[in-house]
Ligand binder design. Structure first.
Ligand SMILES: [Zn+2]
Length: 291
C-alpha cells in the first residue's frame, strides 16, 4: 500500500506539502519564543537609573512676563551710575508688586515653568515670574521682607563664586533666603562669565560647578539657570541642557514661553513703572524674533 502511495505522485506531493507546513510552523514558534525571551532579559539587565525618565513634553505656548531685577535698594553713592541704572528702590518695587497683585497675577518660580513644560504642574491663570540676578546682599535685606509681606514667590540667580564677597550675600544671608521658601535659588555661573564663544571646558565648569556648589550649600536641587550678560551660543545651550537644568533665562525681550525657548526664556526690565504705566507696558511686550 505504501508502495502504491509513493508511486502515486499526487499523494507524494500532499505528504511533502504537509511536512513543509509543519516545519515552517515549528520554526516560527521557536523564533517567536526566542525574541520574546531576549526582550524580557534585556529589560531586566538595564540598570534602573539608565531607563530614561518619561517626560511628557507639553506643547506649551503661554504668556509669562518675567521681570529682571538686579538691585532693590536706595543707592547711596550718587556717583555710581551703573548701580543707579540697575537699582530700583524698595518702595517702587513694592508698588509694582501691589499693581501686579491687583491685576490678578500669581507669582511663580522658574522651576514651576520647568515642571509645566514636562507636564508635572499646571500653571495658574496669570503666571508671573520675578527674577533677581547676581545675588547681592539686598536680596536678603530688601527683597525678602517685601516678598514675605505679600507671601509671594520669586527666583534669584546666584554667582556661586561670589558668595561672601563684599556687596554679595553672605553664607548666612543665603541660608536665610533659602529658609524662607519664597525664593528659588538658581545659578548664574561661578565667576559671572559671558559664555558665548568660550571653550567647552570653561563653559562646562562655569555651568556645572556653580550648580554643584549651590546644591552643596543649599541641599536643594538647582534646576534654573541665567546667562551672565544674557550671553550664550549653541555650545552653552547644550551644556546647560546636559548639566540637568530645566530652564534658563536670557535678556532677550519677550513674553512667550514654549518648549523651543525654555533654555533662553525672554525677560524684560520693569524700570520704575508702577500702576497703569506698568500694566500698559506689560500689554505691549512683543517677542523679539530670535531667528
Ligand atoms: Zn549678572
Amino acid at each position: 500500500m505504501i508502495k502504491n502511495i509513493l508511486n502515486n505522485k499526487k499523494y507524494l506531493f500532499l505528504i511533502i506539502l504537509c511536512l513543509s507546513l509543519t516545519s515552517i510552523y515549528l520554526l516560527y514558534r521557536i523564533q517567536t519564543k526566542t525574541i520574546n525571551e531576549t526582550e524580557s532579559t534585556e529589560m531586566q539587565n538595564i540598570p534602573i537609573q539608565t531607563i530614561p525618565t518619561v517626560h511628557h513634553e507639553i506643547d506649551l505656548n503661554v504668556q509669562i512676563p518675567i521681570f529682571m531685577y538686579h538691585y532693590i535698594e536706595i543707592v547711596k553713592d550718587k556717583n555710581d551710575t551703573i548701580r543707579q541704572t540697575l537699582a530700583i528702590s524698595p518702595s517702587i518695587f513694592e508698588l509694582q508688586i501691589q499693581t501686579l497683585l491687583k491685576n490678578g497675577y500669581t507669582f511663580i518660580m522658574a522651576k514651576d515653568i520647568g515642571k509645566a513644560l514636562n507636564g508635572t504642574l499646571k500653571l495658574p491663570q496669570k503666571p508671573f515670574l520675578l527674577t533677581f540676578d547676581d545675588g547681592h546682599w539686598d536680596l536678603d535685606t530688601d527683597v525678602l521682607p517685601i516678598l514675605k509681606k505679600y507671601n509671594i514667590k520669586a527666583t534669584a540667580y546666584i554667582i556661586s563664586g561670589f558668595i561672601g564677597r563684599s556687596d554679595f550675600l553672605s553664607q548666612k544671608q543665603l541660608d536665610d533666603v533659602v529658609k524662607s521658601g519664597l525664593i528659588e535659588i538658581g545659578v548664574h555661573t561661578v565667576h559671572h562669565v559671558s559664555l558665548k564663544g568660550k571653550l567647552q571646558p570653561i563653559v562646562q565648569m562655569e555651568v556645572a560647578q556653580s550648580k554643584k556648589t549651590l546644591e552643596d550649600l543649599t541641599h536643594i536641587p538647582i534646576v534654573s539657570f541665567a546667562y551672565p550678560n544674557g550671553s550664550f551660543d549653541d555650545l552653552t545651550l547644550s551644556e546647560v541642557n546636559q548639566a540637568g537644568f530645566q530652564t534658563a533665562v536670557s535678556t532677550i525681550p519677550g513674553i512667550t514661553v514654549t518648549q523651543n525657548n525654555k533654555f533662553f526664556l525672554y525677560r524684560v526690565r520693569p524700570g520704575n513703572r508702577t500702576g497703569e504705566a506698568l500694566i500698559t507696558y506689560l500689554k505691549n511686550i512683543k517677542d523679539k524674533k530670535t531667528n
